[in-house]
Ligand binder design. Sequence first.
Ligand SMILES: NC(=O)c1ccc[n+]([C@@H]2O[C@H](COP(=O)([O-])OP(=O)(O)OC[C@H]3O[C@@H](n4cnc5c(N)ncnc54)[C@H](OP(=O)(O)O)[C@@H]3O)[C@@H](O)[C@H]2O)c1
Length: 257
Amino acid sequence: MTAYLEKLFGLSGRTAVVTGGSSGIGRAMALALGGAGARVVLVARREAPMAEVVAELRAEGCEAGAISADLGDREAVRAVIEQTLAGYGAPDILVNSAGINLRPPLSELTDDVWDRTLAANLTAPFQLGQAFGPVMAERGWGRIINVVSQQAFRAYGNSGAYGAAKAGLVGLTRSQAEAWSRHGVTCNAIAPGVVHTPLTEAVFSDPGKVAAHVARTLIGRNGLPEDFAGCAVFLASDAGQAVTGQTLFVDGGYSAT
Ligand SMILES: NC(=O)c1ccc[n+]([C@@H]2O[C@H](COP(=O)([O-])OP(=O)(O)OC[C@H]3O[C@@H](n4cnc5c(N)ncnc54)[C@H](OP(=O)(O)O)[C@@H]3O)[C@@H](O)[C@H]2O)c1
């Protein structure tokens, strides 16, 4: 990196916690933040996929670690916070990418699916933000990046509890921005389009649905996890210091039509 790019985008000396960093969009963001110089701590349930990403990061010379936890459980999230503080200190960058989408038609949506969806997709980012946001503010520098969805803004694909949780996360992002931006902590959301990851296997196993989604983009293709590398580094770095409270659509123009 040239000295100019290092000053704008470099993350040396920063620590990033990336939930969902073992797969899909979160993995791509974790690798990007590590590549820009940050120490990266992954949080997800399964240890083996996290170990693979930690190995990828270390192979590139990055410092990396992992914490295994079910973010759908408030007690487990509290334990993640304690383990993070004990092992790494409060992070400079928090990326909330872990998410689930169970997609029952709304008439069949049970209390259980509602509770599980809200817990993992909205309550966990809230708890992590509450733990780390004030410390970032005290230090005078921090970044919170919440991965939301177009379904926070529009209904498609049985949005149900998922769309409601993501709309809540957009609102939470604005509240966090209002609370902490004056203290150097920018808080933004990223809204992907339709991205091929384990989360969307059902969509991508249906060629008709894949083509229909492609047709709604302006770039003529669905999303790739790599699409999220540059925007994560931008929002996490000094380059993004005046961008806060926003939702950045990284969707190939899907939402522009
Ligand atoms: N793919 C898309 O088209 C798309 C579109 C819009 C928004 N998004 C959003 O983008 C984010 C990433 O999605 P993705 O497509 O990259 O999905 P993905 O490949 O399925 O990755 C999800 C990640 O979250 C972790 N996770 C899920 N539930 C968890 C829990 N209860 N506790 C801890 N970790 C948990 C998973 O690891 P474990 O399973 O090991 O826990 C995995 O690391 C999500 O917030 C999703 O809603 C995706």
